[in-house]
Design a protein around this ligand. Structure first.
Ligand SMILES: NC(=O)c1ccc[n+]([C@@H]2O[C@H](COP(=O)([O-])OP(=O)(O)OC[C@H]3O[C@@H](n4cnc5c(N)ncnc54)[C@H](OP(=O)(O)O)[C@@H]3O)[C@@H](O)[C@H]2O)c1
Length: 330
């Protein structure tokens, strides 16, 4: 007889998303070549949209959400993984199309997994989670575009969010001067603690910009989109780069071509979901060396599966600071 375990399950009733805690067995889990014991998952903006039903994230019902997880292999039909191996999983449409991390056990495809690098445990991996992994991809993107520590200040928008918090901490650790944009009252101590040298109110950046504004930023990591991203582009210095990964403020981009054609500014998109496996491994390795361990203590709070519906509401309203680590075993 297999053990039973609990999971948060999303169903659709009368066009509405309903989230319930259910007791499942291994036979209820989807097909896959690896069975995992989930140690931790996390709450990302996309999870908030899925659990509340506010965004069209879920593509297959019923669904166990949770776009990332870290844990241990229990059973494996893959030559690459054996029972006891510690792994991390982000993206690949897990928690959207495929069952994800809000469960004590999950069956997944081994090709989605990354071995947990030495120096990170499962808790730390999910304190980082998809958000922190994406922040690292953004930092790597700026480096590849030639934005170096002596280039000038790097701006991070949505700075108290999951991506933003880890981006600030990593950039500071690497030696960049970091400016942080936040709409949260009282965020200054938190952001300075992570290493921000300058704090800018969201209202200041959320004003429509002229085609070109004064040159302020050597580079930027934008998690917000829309009017804020348009202003960031107009304020980016000659030859600078903006790594755009998010849409917390909107999916539109009311800009002109002027920053691109007169200032040689580049706008680079960053996607974590379909990121190739070698780049994933490189980013996780960089997170071991370039993210100060004490920053994670500052950034993280732990939640149970039962707390997720309420926290999901909060993250979609921009009310969460830092990262929520989900412990399905609480
Ligand atoms: N491309 C990818 O692969 C990828 C991966 C992960 C995340 N993302 C995207 O990146 C974004 C951030 O994700 P996250 O997990 O860090 O979310 P999060 O924790 O909710 O952080 C988003 C932050 O954006 C700011 N914000 C919220 N609403 C806003 C608004 N209306 N206008 C301007 N700023 C607003 C808030 O920060 P302040 O209060 O400090 O301003 C909020 O904390 C999301 O859009 C998410 O979908 C994309």
């Amino acid at each position: 007889m297999t053990d039973t375990f609990k999971a948060l399950v999303l169903n659709q009733q009368d066009g509405k998303t309903v989230a319930t805690i259910e007791t499942l067995g291994d036979a209820d889990l989807p097909a896959g070549d690896v069975l995992l014991k989930v140690a931790y998952s996390s709450l990302n903006y996309k999870d908030g949209l899925a659990v509340t039903g506010k965004g069209k994230i879920v593509r297959s019902w019923p669904l166990v959400p949770g776009i990332d997880l870290a844990g241990e292999v229990l059973e494996s039909n893959s030559a690459d993984y054996a029972p006891g191996d510690r792994v991390v999983l982000t993206g690949w449409s897990v928690g959207e199309k495929y069952w994800g991390g809000y469960s004590q056990r999950q069956r997944v495809q081994s090709k989605w997994l990354v071995p947990l690098p030495d120096g990170l445990d499962a808790y730390q991996a999910m304190a980082i989670g998809t958000a922190g992994f994406t922040a690292m991809l953004c930092v790597m993107t700026l480096e590849e575009a030639g934005v170096h520590t002596d280039s000038g200040t790097v701006l991070v928008t949505g700075a108290t969010g999951g991506v933003g918090s880890i981006a600030v901490a990593v950039l500071n650790r690497l030696g960049y001067r970091v400016a942080a944009v936040s709409g949260k009252a009282g965020a200054e101590d938190y952001l300075r603690g992570l290493g921000a040298a300058e704090i800018i109110g969201r209202d200041d950046m959320n004003q429509p910009a002229r085609a070109l504004e004064g040159q302020r930023w050597a580079g930027a990591i934008d998690t917000v989109g829309s009017t804020v991203l348009a202003r960031v582009l107009a304020e980016t210095s000659y030859g600078g780069c903006v790594a755009a990964c998010g849409l917390a403020g909107g999916a539109d981009l009311p800009t002109t071509v002027m920053p691109f054609i007169l200032r040689n500014v580049s706008l680079r998109g960053v996607d974590s979901v379909m990121c190739p496996i070698d780049r994933r491994k490189a980013a996780w390795q960089r997170l071991v060396t370039d993210l100060p361990a004490d920053a994670l203590g500052e950034i993280g709070q732990v939640a149970s599966l039962e707390q997720l519906p309420e926290l999901a509401e909060q993250i979609t309203e921009g009310r969460i600071r830092g990262r929520v680590i989900v412990d399905p075993n609480l």
